[in-house]
Design a protein around this ligand. Structure first.
Ligand code: G3P
Length: 264
């Protein structure tokens, strides 16, 4: 499974690449907002630095328009402006950008994907909450589909009136008696998409997004996700175990100077 960093903060992205585990970057307007104070006034230059840092690996940049015409025009502009920097831009398009009460606009996301993919622009289709949305996105030409695992867990826990913190672990099997139209957890959503894509030979990659804990990353890997996009705090958590720390302390205490000197 590939590991992407889910962040627009250059400091975090640099750190993830420095330690050698990072295969790509995902951003969205909320992550850009969170990085804006670090980025200073020249956002364009800041994004270019992100692209250079991630050289050779995909970086998703999301559109902020929400009509078919707007998303196509903005997707093309973003790609033209940023892809030449390091040839690694994916344009992120929401699967359905319509708002409540706006019937008739449901196809605008996948229609934009069709046009942009037809231009040869790699697309990451975002805000996926059902296997059917993933199927439609892949059929339209998305190279990556992004189910939001954590947010499905939020929805199910709210329905079950369970108190929770954002990063609390939610098991793949969910809570008995609660689901979202046959999906029992975020990881179940990922698993169902993986199964459908595998059994129908669909080549789009399944990117597990909205992951909030280290065990959830493990569950995404077990579910067969091609990619997991992970915030920095979760990446750190993936390396932490009290017995690792205890063992480390023991090795340090037992180190005899003669042995340490061999590595000097
Ligand atoms: O990759 C999508 C992600 O940024 C959303 O995460 O935790 O806000 O649901 P979250």
């Amino acid at each position: 499974m590939k590991i992407f960093i889910d962040s627009a903060k250059l400091t975090e992205i640099e750190e993830a690449y420095r330690c050698g585990v990072c295969d790509g970057v995902t951003t969205n307007p909320s992550l850009i907002k969170a990085a804006a104070s670090e980025g200073g006034s020249d956002l364009e230059e800041y994004i270019k630095k992100i692209l250079t840092t991630a050289r050779g690996t995909p970086v998703s940049l999301e559109v902020t328009e929400y009509t078919f015409e707007g998303m196509v025009a903005q997707g093309r502009k973003l790609y033209k402006k940023f892809n030449p920097v390091a040839e690694n831009v994916y344009i992120k398009i929401p699967v359905n950008p319509s708002f409540e009460g706006e019937g008739g606009r449901e196809f605008e996301g996948i229609s934009a994907i069709r046009v942009l993919a037809g231009d040869g622009i790699p697309i990451n289709c975002t805000l996926i909450f059902t296997p059917e949305q993933a199927l439609m996105a892949a059929k339209a030409g998305a190279r990556i589909v992004s189910p939001f695992a954590g947010r499905i867990d939020d929805l199910i826990r709210k329905r079950a009136e369970v108190k929770f913190e954002k990063a609390d672990y939610f098991p793949t099997e969910g809570l008995e008696g609660f689901d979202d139209d046959g999906v029992v957890s975020g990881i179940d959503l990922v698993a169902q998409i993986v199964e459908i894509f595998d059994s129908h030979g669909i080549e789009a990659e399944v990117l597990a997004a909205s992951l909030r804990g280290s065990r959830q990353v493990r569950d995404a890997a077990l579910a067969g996700a091609d990619i997991a996009t992970i915030p920095m705090y979760v990446m750190r958590d993936m390396l932490v175990h009290p017995k690792t720390r205890e063992g480390m302390r023991g090795f340090l205490e037992d180190t005899i100077p003669e042995y340490a000197a061999l590595g000097e």
